[in-house]
Design a protein. Structure first.
Length: 140
């Protein structure tokens, strides 16, 4: 039931957003620019002499519907999932995770360290061989 209400409110929110965009684009700015100026007084023809008041009221009503729907979606989602929070997911301690096997992690770390030591020893052998090689004799 809650998920149906969330979907319904989201649909209302989308409709209000698109209508709000349309109403804002129709309105004339104080400088007389915008799409209202391109329409050549279309808003006054459709809405009459009080076009500014009607569009302003429509903007306020649609903005209230949009914000109210957004708030209700959040409240319903919080009631449907009470233990889910974005901030809590960032502050969780990874040591509390029961899936982590510390013995395996320690064994893997030791194996990686042993491999690194073996690689370091292999790299050191050719360098030592080059240092102890006899110098070639030169003919005098």
């Amino acid at each position: 039931m809650v998920s149906f209400l969330i979907i319904l409110l989201t649909v209302f929110q989308l409709l209000a957003a698109f209508l709000l965009i349309g109403i804002i684009l129709i309105q004339q700015s104080k400088a007389g620019g915008g799409l209202g100026a391109v329409g050549g007084g279309t808003t006054e023809t459709v809405f009459g002499a009080t076009a500014g008041n009607v569009l302003t009221k429509g903007t306020v009503i649609l903005a209230s519907i949009f914000l109210g729907a957004a708030l209700l979606v959040q409240v319903l989602d919080a009631k449907a999932n009470p233990n889910r929070s974005a901030t809590e997911s960032f502050t969780e301690d990874p040591k509390e995770d029961p899936k982590v096997d510390e013995a395996k992690v320690d064994a893997d770390a030791k194996a990686d360290a042993d491999k690194a030591d073996a690689d370091k020893a292999d790299d050191a052998k050719p360098a030592a061989a080059e240092k102890t090689a006899p110098a070639p004799k030169t003919a005098d």
